[in-house]
Design a protein around this ligand. Structure first.
Ligand code: TEU
Length: 531
């Protein structure tokens, strides 16, 4: 349990993202709920979780599964009530676990009362809460829709970065900013420790210049937000466009903005030109160089989240590893390689048991981004089988299939019909089976996170990349004073030479660790020279 009275306690906190709709259902509705999270807090505490990040639980018509908010200060009845939320935060606190909310800053649902008022009354102050125009250009949204949508009732077009169900808020309007800060203060009064800031670079744009995010006021807004909320609120921003310099601007403590940034550079190394629908074999060399650059140039002055999954990205063991022959080994090797770096560890539900992608008929998919892609590709004449292959490989629904608790009906997620089909491999990949298998991904994750917390060199030691150029071995050292911890991870299915020898094995995903690295072997060693 971390001492949250210490100034930088949050830096060592292990964050666990829960996608409430898919985590645990206690009512038989087929959708997860808050009581389902409360019922599994001991499981999360045993994993070593310090902070729970909840994807949106606000009132929402669910066009984007809650990232379309209709009332920021109400819990959607499908998840429960504010009392259920209070019970969750209290039970979590008893286990030393804090709660972070997902703050959808950039837009509301088109069913939010603010938007309904803006549309129905041009003279309403809410009209200026959104972005309107008498004409529309050909800009498209992130999800492939036109960015401008005609509202007959309003008599104008409105702008949306993501989907017409999610009209963008006009952050240049100080009333918008104050309204959002007021919402954040409401949840702080409910006892939350902070917020994940959804799509944060989109709150500032320069549409006339064709700039749909990372506009000129972005950091001004975030510094104003920090002043409004105080220094102790944890703010983790999501910026899929951020490069190293951006993250320094966001997270340099002297700038009083954010605690960390979720940067997506790792997405480059198994996606052709960052095109999520064109997965390619993992470029380990590029990945190693990316992390080495960020660790040496960012770690001393800023902070990144260390993550390999979330509700938007396909399952990492299916992306970077081998989710059949070497599932256990590759899931644990990837976790070792990433989570022993410097930064905030942020797990995504299910990765700790090695959950994999799924391959469903297109009629089973729910995600609006996926369905937009399917329709647009077929309309453009693409082969159905090719598009379905891309959907299976890259749909966000890969990460949203229900949590696999048991090998029983519906993986123990619900007694009803799940809103999204359970992955059939739940028969063998589930928490219950993992608990019973001492060599499971789950037991390894527990040992890995415990080691990370126990070793000061892993908390704040200097990163140095080992010489493994050209090999699929991701290896580095973390040094603090006389202590040196060596991390070597073979991210391939072939045997590879290890850059390290000797020393004391602290953790490994094979029974013992010496000689060449076996397929997807991970080793964490205290160097012989260390005192
Ligand atoms: O995603 C923001 C974002 O930049 C998207 O491009 C995201 O990376 C995309 O879904 C990847 O395929 C955030 C949320 O994480 C996402 O779930 C929401 O759909 C989106 O904002 C709108 O709120």
């Amino acid at each position: 349990m971390l001492d949250t009275t210490k100034k930088n306690w949050w830096k060592q906190a292990v964050v666990y993202q829960v996608y409430p709709k898919s985590f645990a259902d206690t009512t038989g509705s087929g959708e997860g709920d808050l009581s389902g999270i409360t019922a599994h807090l001991d499981y999360l505490a045993q994993l070593g979780v310090d902070i729970l990040w909840l994807s949106p639980i606000y009132a929402s018509p669910q066009k984007d599964n809650g990232y379309d908010v209709a009332d920021f200060c109400a819990v959607d009845p499908r998840y429960g009530t504010l009392e259920d939320f209070a019970a969750l935060t209290a039970a979590a606190a008893e286990r030393g676990i804090r709660v972070m909310m997902d703050m959808v800053l950039n837009h509301t649902s088109s069913e939010h009362t603010w938007f309904r008022e803006a549309v129905s009354d041009p003279g309403s102050s809410r009209r200026k809460f959104y972005i309107w125009s008498d004409q529309a250009d050909s800009a498209t949204s992130v999800f492939g829709d036109p960015a401008w949508t005609w509202s007959e009732e309003a008599g104008q077009y409105y702008y949306s970065s993501f989907s017409p169900h999610q009209p963008d808020l006009e952050w240049r309007n100080p009333e918008v900013r104050q309204a959002i800060y007021g919402v954040m203060r409401f949840w702080l009064r409910q006892g939350v420790a902070g917020f994940r800031l959804d799509a944060v670079p989109f709150i500032s744009k320069d549409l006339a210049a064709g700039k749909r995010c990372q506009g000129p006021e972005l950091h001004t807004y975030l510094q104003e937000m920090r002043r409004a909320l105080g220094p102790d609120v944890i703010l983790g921003g999501e910026d899929t466009e951020a490069d190293l310099d951006d993250v320094l601007l966001y997270t340099d403590p002297s700038r009083a903005e954010l605690n960390w940034i979720f940067e997506f550079g790792f997405e480059d190394y198994d996606r052709r030109n960052f095109d999520k629908w064109q997965p390619v074999p993992l470029d380990v060399e590029g990945l190693k160089q990316h992390y080495a650059k960020w660790q040496t140039e960012l770690a001393p002055r800023g902070r990144m989240a260390l993550f390999v999954g979330n509700h938007d990205t396909p399952r990492i063991v299916s992306r970077w590893g081998d989710d059949t022959r070497w599932r256990r080994e590759s899931a644990t090797a990837i976790a070792t390689a990433v989570y022993l770096l410097e930064g905030n560890v942020v797990l995504y539900q299910g990765e700790e048991i090695g959950m994999t992608n799924t391959a469903m008929p297109i009629t089973s998919y729910d995600d609006l981004e996926t369905l937009n892609f399917w329709r647009s590709q077929l309309a453009a004449g693409a082969e159905e089988a090719e598009v379905l292959w891309a959907v299976h490989a890259s749909s966000r629904d890969n990460a949203r299939t229900p949590m696999q608790w048991t090998g029983g009906p519906q993986a123990g997620f619900t007694t009803g019909t799940p809103w999204l089909p359970v992955n059939p491999n739940c028969a063998r990949i589930n928490v219950q089976a993992a608990e019973a298998d001492p060599d499971s991904v789950l037991h390894y994750y527990r040992r890995l996170l415990k080691l990370r917390k126990a070793e000061p060199a892993l908390a704040g030691g200097t990163f140095r990349a080992a010489e493994t150029a050209g090999s699929p071995v991701f290896a580095y050292t973390r040094t603090l004073g006389d202590d040196e911890i060596q991390v070597a991870c073979n991210l391939s299915a072939e045997q590879q030479e290890s850059p390290f020898s000797g020393g004391t094995l602290l953790l490994g995903n094979y029974p013992e660790g010496s000689g060449p690295l076996r397929p997807y072997e991970a080793r964490v060693i205290r160097a012989a020279c260390a005192k």
